[in-house]
Ligand binder design. Structure first.
Ligand SMILES: [Zn+2]
Length: 165
């Protein structure tokens, strides 16, 4: 009902916050599955704005030997073809890297919900500057999953973000 939804972060709408937490659960399940497979615990899910799950996936660098298979990429590919992504929400356990932030902008995904941005600060400020509605939930489980992973497998983590420890 307001003029522009751009930049909306759900302030004052507790219901939307509860819905975001539910959406995040799908991404967290993917992250746990990835870790259980010996991979990097980052998960993502693409939803329609009405809450319908379109696709989900997790980082598969280790599992597939494929550094281009990030959680967001996996969820995006799992969703298959769509004519438009304006009406979709990319939900991810971790702030999206530049590669995945580029995916969001390339396909005009309207909204991004992020589990946490403490252990890694990717491109979400840049997305918000360009009109993507960004919500950072600062979820405790997402933070602890990444904190434990980085402590246990620092070389794998630094390989994933393209840095040397
Ligand atoms: Zn990425």
């Amino acid at each position: 009902m307001n003029g522009s939804p751009e930049g909306a972060t759900g302030s004052g709408t507790g219901q939307s916050g509860a819905m975001d937490a539910e959406l995040l659960e799908a991404a967290i399940r993917e992250a746990r599955a990835g870790r259980a497979e010996g991979g990097i615990p980052i998960g993502a899910a693409l939803f329609h704005v009405d809450g319908t799950l379109l696709g989900s996936g997790h980082n598969r660098r280790v599992q597939d030997g494929d550094p281009s298979m990030h959680a967001e990429t996996a969820a995006f590919r799992d969703a298959g073809r769509r004519a438009t992504y304006r009406d979709t929400i990319m939900v991810t356990t971790l702030s999206p890297c530049w590669y995945c932030s580029g995916l969001v902008r390339q396909f005009n995904i309207g909204r991004v919900v992020i589990g946490e941005a403490r252990t890694f600060h990717g491109g979400h400020d840049w997305l918000a500057e360009h009109g993507v509605a960004v919500t950072v939930l600062d979820d405790a489980e997402c933070v602890s999953m990444m904190t434990e992973f980085i402590a246990a497998e620092p070389h794998l983590w630094f390989e994933d973000i393209g840095e040397t420890p």
